[in-house]
Ligand binder design. Structure first.
Ligand code: GUN
Ligand code: ZN
Length: 435
C-alpha cells in the first residue's frame, strides 16, 4: 500500500487547554510530518524522524509554511437550509414558518435533494469541515441523498431524517408511525455503513406529538449506537409554546427527558435559557449542549452561557447551525463565539477555540477514537491553514510572533480562503473542487 507524507507545521491537542498559556495539552511541531496509509494516520512527528523513515516510494506533499490541524467538526447544521441562509428580519418561529418550512418542502423532489447534497459537501470541503451532524428534511429521500453523497466522498458524516408530525405544513409532516418506520429503515440502511452514522432527529418538541417523541425514544433505546439530535431552549416564544404543548413536563428539558431522549449521544442545539434543574438533567445524562453563535446572534435568540454550563458539568460543542447560522466556516463561527462570550464577561482563548473545532467537538460526538487529533490510528481527516491567504491577513501576520496570535488571527479574519487544502481519509479534496 502506498504512503503519503504531508509536511508542514502540525497542531493537535490531547486535552482542553485551561488557559491562554496552558500548552501542556498542545502538540505543536514546526517541521512536522504526517504519514498516511489507507486513509489513516500511521505516524506523526518531526519530519526528520517520521518523514525520513517513510518508504522512498511515498508521495511527499510539502505544505510548509502552512499549519496542518485535524479537520474541523460541525456538530449541528441543516443541509436543507443552503437556500435559507441570510433570510431577513425575524426571530425563530417566524423564521421557520416564513422561510425554512417553505424551502424544506422542495426536498420532496429527490433530484433537488441530490443537487443540494452535492453542493453541501462541496461547501463542507471548501470550509475545511470533514465531519458534521446534519439535519435532513422530513423526506426519507433527503437522508438517502445526504448519505449517498457523503459516501461518494468517503466522509464521516452524521445525519438523520427530521421527524415532525404537527405544527408544520402538511407537506412537511410524517406521523408517529411513519416517522418511526422510515427512521428505522434508514438506520438499518445507513448506520455504520462505510463512515455513515445515523442521528434520530425529532426536530424539536413543538413539531412532535408525545406519540412521536415516544417513538423516537423507542428508537434511541433500540439503537444505542445512534445519535439523537434536536433543539432545546433557543428562544423565549419557543419555550412558552413548548410548555403549553407539554403542560405536565417540569420544563423544556423535561419533555425530552420523559421520553428517554437524553444521554451521551444526544446533541441539543442552542441550550440558551436553561434553569438550574435543566442544567443538572443535562449533566446527569451526559447530554451535549451545542452552542451555535452565529445563529443565536442572527435570530436574536440570546447569549449562550458557556461558563455556567461548563461549571454545571454539561458537555459542550460548538456548531454553525446553517441556515439560522450565517457561515459554513468554523473559523467565522468561533469568531462570533468569542464575541458572545465577551458580552457575557467570559473569555474564549484561541487554543480553546482550535481544541473545540477539532478534538473538543470529536469528544462531544464520542468520536475522539477516530477523528479530532493527529495521532497514529486516527482517520486522516485534516485541514491545511494559511492565516495570510488574503492581503489583509498577510499584512496582519507580519506582526504575529506566537502560535496563539496566529490562531486568533485565523479565527478573527479567516474564512474558506484560509483553507489551503482539506484531506478526507487521506485524499486532498478541496483542490479537486470544480470551483
Ligand atoms: N428549531 C427547530 N428547527 C430549527 C431550525 O431549523 N433552526 C433553528 N435554529 N432552530 C430550530
Ligand atoms: Zn438547528
Amino acid at each position: 500500500m502506498s504512503q503519503t507524507v504531508l509536511r508542514g507545521r502540525i497542531l493537535t491537542f490531547t486535552d482542553a487547554p485551561r488557559s491562554a498559556e496552558d500548552t501542556d495539552c498542545v502538540r505543536y511541531i514546526v517541521d512536522g510530518a504526517i504519514v498516511i496509509e489507507n486513509g489513516q494516520i500511521i505516524a506523526a512527528g518531526e519530519y526528520t524522524e517520521v518523514g525520513w523513515s517513510a518508504p522512498a516510494t511515498s508521495t511527499v506533499i510539502d505544505h510548509r509554511p502552512h499549519l496542518i490541524t485535524p479537520g474541523f467538526i460541525d456538530p449541528h447544521i441543516h443541509f436543507s437550509q443552503m437556500q435559507v441562509i441570510g433570510s431577513f428580519g425575524v426571530q425563530l418561529l417566524d423564521w421557520l414558518n416564513t422561510y425554512t418550512f417553505v424551502e424544506e418542502q422542495k426536498f420532496g423532489d429527490p433530484e433537488h435533494a441530490s443537487r443540494i447534497a452535492s453542493l453541501f459537501f462541496d461547501e463542507m470541503i471548501r470550509h475545511g469541515t470533514t465531519t458534521a451532524a446534519a439535519y435532513c428534511t422530513v423526506h426519507a429521500a433527503s437522508a438517502d441523498a445526504f448519505f449517498t453523497e457523503a459516501k461518494r466522498r468517503n466522509m464521516l458524516m452524521i445525519g438523520g431524517k427530521v421527524m415532525m408530525d404537527r405544527e408544520a405544513p402538511r407537506a412537511l409532516t410524517d406521523t408517529a408511525q411513519s416517522g418511526y418506520d422510515e427512521t428505522r429503515r434508514l438506520i438499518r440502511k445507513w448506520h455504520g455503513r462505510g463512515r455513515a452514522l445515523y442521528a434520530i432527529t425529532p426536530r424539536f418538541a413543538i413539531t412532535s406529538t408525545p406519540e412521536q417523541l415516544e417513538a423516537a425514544g423507542a428508537l434511541a433505546e433500540e439503537f444505542p449506537g445512534c445519535y439523537v439530535q434536536t433543539h432545546l431552549s433557543e428562544n423565549h416564544d419557543e419555550i412558552a409554546f413548548t410548555q403549553s404543548l407539554y403542560p405536565e413536563a417540569p420544563d423544556y428539558t423535561g419533555v425530552y427527558e420523559q421520553f428517554g431522549l437524553l444521554g451521551p449521544r444526544t446533541l441539543l442545539g442552542h441550550c440558551i435559557h436553561l434553569s438550574e434543574r435543566e442544567i443538572e438533567a443535562l449533566a446527569y445524562t451526559g447530554s451535549v449542549a451545542v452552542f451555535c453563535p452565529t445563529s443565536n446572534l442572527f435570530l436574536g435568540s440570546g447569549l449562550f452561557d458557556w461558563q455556567r454550563l461548563a461549571e454545571g458539568g454539561v458537555r459542550i460543542a460548538v456548531a454553525t447551525d446553517v441556515g439560522g447560522g450565517t457561515s459554513y466556516s468554523m473559523l467565522r463561527t468561533f469568531d462570533e463565539a468569542y464575541k458572545v462570550l465577551q458580552l457575557n464577561g467570559q473569555t474564549l482563548t484561541p487554543l480553546l477555540s482550535f481544541y473545540m473545532m477539532t478534538l473538543g467537538n470529536a469528544r462531544a460526538l464520542s468520536l475522539s477514537d477516530r477523528i479530532g487529533s493527529i495521532e497514529p490510528g486516527q482517520d486522516a481527516d485534516l485541514v491545511v491553514l494559511d492565516a495570510g491567504a488574503t492581503p489583509a491577513g498577510a499584512l496582519r501576520m507580519e506582526t504575529v510572533t506566537s502560535l496563539s496570535e496566529e490562531l486568533f488571527v485565523l479565527q478573527t479574519m479567516g474564512d474558506d480562503r484560509s483553507i489551503v487544502e482539506t484531506y478526507v481519509a487521506g485524499v486532498g479534496l478541496k483542490s479537486r473542487l470544480a470551483y
